[in-house]
Ligand binder design. Structure first.
Ligand code: ASP
Length: 429
């Protein structure tokens, strides 16, 4: 038997990702016109492999959120804690989003990505704006009229509410409640095991997703939108590597470098799937097993964050608003920018973390300040790559708030947090 240490999951995912990028780019540059490669490799193997991977993650989301949230709620010794947890998390989620978009607008105003002295930017692409939900609709929609339908549609806020109520009822039901709670605890163990098993497929899944994307992504579009692209990336970088560490240090005293290191797997999953929702199983595993946050906090804050917290998306919206205003020569005043901050922050509550939803929210923000929604067509070409990056930031934000709330409730095991080996997945199938 060899005593070589198995390669860590992160390493395997990174290798899959790099291989995918290289092979995808090679196909784009050398075999783009080959009908066989296009039909059977790119639209065949890569597409099917990538979709199977994303679906296998999504498959776990509803059962995992439902089961772990019930476990979390029934293990709360004091039900009034629920209200406190909710209040703190929502406040933190909204404030970090507002900070993110303010940072993005300020940066974009300094760099002026939409002011060009060369050719004016035009685009053939069109954008069909979908209606974003109104605030009253968002509130009504939190209460499911049929929990099974909520689960079938993957409506996260409705599932969260139903699981919380059921959890509270279980904890108030004496002996019967104890029996049901112990069943859910066992189910939770089993589903978490399934998460770990499926995470082992990630290197292959990530390879397929990257190979498909890079065999199609247009390099010329990226160059023509270079300034916009770079400002968004830069703002995302500052938020993830400066704002989050500062907040974490200030509010918990925990080591931000340890936090960023432990976020690697979840960030990689978020990057390759471009969906905070699909990443919930990995974020939850990271929060509980690696960051040491008790499941009774994480099972609530992680799915809630995946739904209402989108700092990375808000950053894209801030930069995009300034960019589109500049391209169309519209002057925006300070009240307009305040409006943008408010709308983008609130819009993130009503829209779920799935790929591309940021553009729908952007349509709402643009309308609010009277900018042409067609401006979105300008940036759509590079949105997929930015979507991936901002989703990684969204998920990092969810985990940071989870840690802060957990620490304030004394529900973080600091030894697990400080242990670099905690929760490492080296198991192979
Ligand atoms: N894909 C992002 C997420 O899932 C949302 C977006 O920015 O479009 O968090």
């Amino acid at each position: 038997m060899s005593d070589k240490k198995p390669m860590s999951l992160t390493m395997r995912i990174v290798i899959g990702m790099l291989l995918g990028i290289v092979i995808g780019a090679l196909i784009q540059f050398t075999l783009a016109d080959n009908a066989f490669v296009k039909e059977y490799i790119v639209e065949g193997l890569f597409l099917v492999g990538g979709k199977i991977f994303v679906n296998s993650l999504k498959m776990l989301v509803v059962p995992l959120v439902f089961i772990s949230l019930i476990c979390g709620t029934c293990s709360l010794s004091d039900p009034s804690k629920l209200g406190r947890l909710g209040g703190k998390s929502i406040l933190l989620y909204l404030s970090t989003t507002a900070i993110a978009i303010t940072l993005a607008i300020s940066l974009a105003l300094v760099v002026s990505p939409g002011v060009t002295d060369g050719e004016p930017l035009t685009s053939e692409a069109t954008f069909d704006a979908k209606q974003a939900p109104s605030l009253s609709q968002v509130l009504i929609n939190i209460v499911p009229s049929n929990p099974i339908e909520a689960m079938a549609q993957g409506n996260m806020l409705q599932i969260i509410l139903f699981a919380l109520l059921l959890g509270v009822a279980i904890s108030l039901s004496g002996e019967s409640g104890k029996r049901v709670a112990s069943l859910f605890n066992d189910l939770n163990e089993v589903v978490m095991k399934l998460v770990v098993i499926l995470m082992n497929l990630a290197p292959y899944g990530v390879f397929f997703l990257m190979a498909k994307l890079f065999s199609e992504v247009s390099v010329t579009t990226i160059f023509s939108l270079g300034k916009y692209f770079l400002v968004v990336l830069f703002a995302l970088g500052i938020h993830a590597l400066i704002t989050y560490p500062l907040l974490l240090k200030l509010l918990t005293g925990l080591n931000p470098v340890t936090f960023i290191k432990k976020m690697r797997d979840a960030a990689l999953f978020a990057f390759s799937t471009a969906s905070s929702n699909a990443t919930i199983p990995v974020t939850l595993e990271t929060a509980t097993q690696k960051l040491g946050v008790n499941n009774n906090v994480a099972s609530f804050t992680v799915p809630l964050g995946a739904t209402i917290n989108m700092d990375g998306t808000a950053i894209m919206q801030g930069v995009a608003t300034v960019f589109i205003a500049q391209v169309f020569g519209v002057e925006l005043g300070i009240t307009d920018y305040l409006m943008v901050i408010l709308t983008a922050t609130l819009a993130s509550v009503g829209t779920a973390g799935v790929p591309g939803v940021g553009l729908i929210m952007l349509a709402m923000v643009l309308q609010q300040v009277g900018l042409p929604v067609e401006g979105i067509a300008l940036i759509i070409g590079v949105d997929r790559l930015l979507d991936m990056t901002r989703t990684a930031v969204n998920v990092t934000g969810d985990s940071m708030v989870t840690l802060i709330v957990g620490k304030s409730e004394k529900e973080v095991d600091v030894d697990t947090f400080n242990n670099p080996a905690a929760g490492k997945t080296t198991e192979t199938l």
